[in-house]
Design a protein around this ligand. Sequence first.
Ligand code: FES
Length: 147
Amino acid sequence: MKRHEFFSTLGISAGMIFMAPVVSSCSKDSASDPDTGGNTNNNNNGSIDFTLDLSTPTYAALNSNGGSVVKSGIIIARTSSGNFVALASACTHAGTTVGFESSANRFHCSNHSSNFGLDGSVLNGPATSALKKYNTQLTGTNLRIFA
Ligand code: FES
């Protein structure tokens, strides 16, 4: 049996044999982060682990109580007492990015007015699910956000 006859009995054309490596190379994940500043690592298990250098202008808002930034789908805020809080930034109601309200120490969604506490819990709807909370760790001017 010739090669093309063998593949033909399997229902495979020569073109399919050569396409397999091309298709698999298109599915590679990219670990690069298009944002400027910070070093993002989204691990294979989907966990979050990145560090922000608070000495850079990009993250200067976090040097003051009440400041906040959004990076990689996470809102990082510095509360009125100076603690860092990191929560998923997409509102659990319909996905709008929430903002930090320093005067009330809460996260607010301007789309339909849901509010979330510092632990991500729903203070009032229409959202019914909490925002995922991430850990924070400050070392010098480096703020690590991780799952
Ligand atoms: S999208 Fe946030 S309350 Fe509706």
